[in-house]
Design a protein around this ligand. Structure first.
Ligand SMILES: Nc1ncnc2c1ncn2[C@@H]1O[C@H](COP(=O)(O)OP(=O)(O)O)[C@@H](O)[C@H]1O
Ligand SMILES: [Mg+2]
Length: 349
């Protein structure tokens, strides 16, 4: 019997539905449950063939537990090592290398020095040429943490004065400074198993509970082409980064989808935000994928997914160098899965 577990925090709708969906499928050799953690001992395996992690970004103890689970054979979704390593600025560099458009972006040194450093710690850093930066990025622009999430410390800025006022508030955070994409369409796309894509029209300017209550503005043949491009970009990014369960956001300007936020390994899956249809898709696809991973699970071995950046790097190759095909990639299945599913009505939360 192989066990699939889910590790989760404050969310209330996805975890139970995920477990129920797997168990409803009545596989003779697979059962799903909420992860239950006893005393955690180094190099001692868990009972789980697969664990889907929805919370270790907020609980360092869980992250360490999952790494120990991974080295003793559990297939952890998403790979906890990779999740610990990447951040938004690096992700943007990956996007550039795999040919996915991203906003022009520069990395800013933190406004305040990190604890226990002084000016001597920064002798390698040149003075910032703010005029050159503003000229390169332009206004309006976004400034946001390079390793952030949940819309925290995200600023939209219209001029240098606003920039410096915001920068002053960022303390020790390392920020990205990037061109604002003034968009016609915006999409949030689920990608599960590096192969199944669900494009959800999303309006970030709406109040939280109405963000999925929108339809694509680009329709007809142009809309179809746009969906195919978005699907292709979602797969390219997830293939390179090696996420099993992720969302990718795009802002579309003049027909070009720019990737905005694409390292979301515990994306919001709540029925009250994504709506019933999207929720059902996520539950079903995640359940099937977890079962697939449980069946492929080899006890005592590494059962993690690594993206092409890491796999190529271990071969001394860059991202753009052709490498062995990704084991889970099946791009030809995507267009069907990627039909936009606009949601007319959201449930009240
Ligand atoms: N460069 C940008 N152009 C247009 N909108 C942006 C840009 N960067 C961020 N946003 C807006 O701000 C929101 C939050 O930024 P995001 O990068 O998703 O941060 P977080 O990881 O905190 O969610 C996005 O959903 C989007 O609406
Ligand atoms: Mg976001």
């Amino acid at each position: 019997m192989k066990k699939i577990g889910i590790l989760f925090g404050q969310e209330n709708t996805f975890p139970q539905a995920f477990i129920d969906r797997i168990n409803e499928k009545k596989q003779s050799d697979i059962v799903a449950e909420f992860v239950s953690i006893p005393q955690v001992e180094q190099a001692v395996a868990t009972d789980y063939a697969v664990i889907i992690d929805r919370i270790s970004q907020d609980v360092p103890f869980y992250r360490a537990y999952l790494k120990n689970a991974a080295i003793t054979g559990t297939a952890v979704i998403n790979n906890p090592f990779w999740w610990s390593a990447d951040e938004k600025f690096f992700n943007n560099a990956v996007a550039v290398q795999v040919g996915v458009p991203v906003p022009k972006t520069v990395l800013l040194p933190s406004k305040d020095r990190p604890d226990d450093t002084n000016e001597k710690s920064f002798r390698n850093l040149q003075m910032m040429n703010w005029d050159a930066i503003f000229q390169h990025i332009g206004f309006p622009a976004f400034m946001k943490p390079h390793a952030g999430g949940g819309w925290k410390h995200v600023y939209k800025l219209n001029n240098a004065e606003e920039f410096f006022r915001a920068y002053d508030e960022t303390n020790q955070l390392v920020m990205l400074y990037q061109e604002a994409i003034e968009f016609d369409d915006y999409f949030r796309c689920y990608c599960i198993g590096g192969k199944d894509v669900r494009i959800m029209p999303y309006e970030p300017r709406n109040p939280h509970h109405l963000r999925y209550a929108t339809e694509p503005k680009t329709t007809g043949p142009a809309g179809k082409k746009l969906m195919a491009t978005v699907t292709d970009y979602v797969l390219k990014l997830n293939m390179a980064l090696g996420y099993d369960f992720n969302t990718v956001e795009f802002a579309v300007r003049d027909g070009i989808p720019y990737a905005i936020d694409f390292g979301n390994p515990a994306p919001d899956a709540d029925i009250y935000s994504v709506g019933q249809e999207n929720f059902d898709w996520v539950v079903e696809t995640a359940a099937n994928y977890a079962i697939e991973r449980a069946r492929a699970h080899k006890p005592g071995q590494s059962n993690l997914t690594w993206g092409t950046f890491i796999r190529n790097s271990t071969q001394g190759q860059g991202l753009t160098t052709a490498s062995a095909p990704a084991p889970t990639a099946q791009p030809e299945t995507a267009p069907e899965a990627a039909k936009p599913k606009g949601k007319k009505k959201t449930s009240a939360s």
